[in-house]
Design a protein around this ligand. Structure first.
Ligand code: AMP
Length: 138
């Protein structure tokens, strides 16, 4: 038990606007939404921090909830789409050290520009492909 902010929300020690709860997961509104209705889905497991240490059963439970909630959030907000995002570790933008998936409702013309893309240097795609395949194999 680490007592992070989200563990305190699970334990009822901090308030939140819960939208869904089951044995393994909790979903609640993000306190500083990118758009209203921005929802976070977390595992209740207090001993995990990110995608790298989450047990598969908690991950699968989160994915099932994200699948249901993405549709519910879009419908409830009459949105034009949703972004599903997860930041893992500090340099990927993770601020709260407890796994969480962002469901962000999006609206035509909302002006949010996510993820500027880069171009590969010549030959770089093949190098990346091999490195990732090798990492998978070990
Ligand atoms: P991340 O940058 O992926 O770690 O996102 C953490 C998110 O948690 C941010 O979008 C915050 O606005 C949100 N957040 C932080 N504290 C709370 C809280 N007490 N209740 C709801 N959302 C929170």
């Amino acid at each position: 038990m680490r007592g992070c902010i989200f563990c305190k929300i699970v334990a009822g020690e901090l308030p939140s606007y819960k939208v869904y709860e089951d044995e393994r997961t909790l979903a609640f509104l993000d306190i500083n939404p990118i758009n209203p209705g921005h929802t976070l889905v977390i595992p209740k497991n207090p001993d995990v921090r990110n995608i790298f240490d989450i047990p598969k059963r908690d991950w699968v439970a989160m994915m099932e909830v994200v699948h249901e909630l993405a549709a519910a959030v879009e419908k409830a907000l009459d949105a034009d789409g949703v972004n599903i995002m997860m930041n893992n570790r500090e340099h990927a933008g993770q601020v709260v050290d407890h796994p969480h998936i962002h469901i962000i409702p999006r609206f035509k013309g909302d002006g949010l520009q996510l993820w500027p893309h880069k171009k590969y240097k010549p030959g770089e795609e093949g190098i990346m492909q091999k490195r990732i395949q090798q990492a998978l194999a070990t």
